[in-house]
Design a protein around this ligand. Structure first.
Ligand code: ZN
Length: 252
């Protein structure tokens, strides 16, 4: 029998240390295209190439012609009910930590405080040569002011945003926080991730090994489908709104 939002609410209500892990699927419902979406940027660019550290170093103009519009993509959308539900569950103390693969900042705009962003974020920029940091506004202002669209440091080197590029190491501090949370968790709720990209793909296994509960709310298949105690394949936004409502019923 298919699981319901009420099943998910019950699992969350009984957990002592529930954590949430989100992937592209939660933000595609807000209109953020993911790598597999047809049309737009991903049709014109191969993100593995255009969004790589190699391209950033070798051809910053090409890199920024791909990278700059991603800021507009994110500015043009709003967090949805799933982002808001996660933030609400954090506020209530039901969810202790949020790990995200997304770089779009929609969790923060929905009210989440300090999510663990393992792929970085579309925020400010940094010079890889002299480590000078600039704000998001400063980064974009410099990109827009440059003839070739490349934001540069005062030292002359091109600035990189805080997004983790293909070919770049994942941020060690975020990695550490993610694994600590996985070890502490007695429940993990996965939303909109297909759980195929490492190291995120390893996180549910840690929770399961420690005797915890796995819930998955992802439309497509995941390698963990057979091991999830709660498995929902419905839309994240509408489902998570129902989960919060069901929790209200349970605690009323
Ligand atoms: Zn510099």
């Amino acid at each position: 029998m298919p699981h319901s939002p009420e099943d998910l609410a019950r699992a969350l209500a009984t957990a002592q240390h529930a954590i949430v892990l989100t992937g592209a699927g939660i933000s595609t419902e807000s209109g953020v295209p993911d790598f597999r979406s047809k049309g737009g940027l991903w049709e014109r660019y191969d993100p593995m190439v255009a969004g790589s550290l190699d391209m950033f170093v070798r051809d910053p103009k090409e890199f920024w012609s791909f990278h700059r519009p991603r800021y507009e993509q994110v500015d043009a959308v709003e967090p949805n009910a799933a982002h808001r539900a996660v933030a609400e569950l954090e506020r209530r103390g039901v969810v202790k930590a949020l790990i995200t693969q997304n770089i779009d900042g929609l969790h923060q705009r929905a009210g989440s405080v300090d999510p663990i962003e393992i792929h970085g974020s579309l925020t400010g920029g940094r010079c890889l040569r002299c480590d000078v940091r600039v704000s998001r506004d400063e980064l974009l202002a410099r990109a827009d002011a440059a003839d070739d669209g490349v934001p540069r440091c005062n030292c002359g080197f091109q600035l990189k945003s805080h997004v983790v590029l293909f070919g770049e190491m994942l941020p060690p501090q975020a990695m550490e926080e993610m694994f600590v949370q996985a070890e502490c968790a007695d429940m993990i709720l996965v939303i909109g991730s297909s759980l195929v990209v490492s190291p995120v793909a390893d996180i549910p296994a840690i929770v399961l090994q420690n005797g915890g509960t796995l819930a998955i709310l992802t439309e497509g298949e995941t390698p963990y489908d057979g091991r999830a105690q709660v498995r929902l394949r419905t839309k994240a936004a509408e489902t998570m709104a129902l989960v919060v409502a069901a929790l209200d019923q349970l605690t009323a």
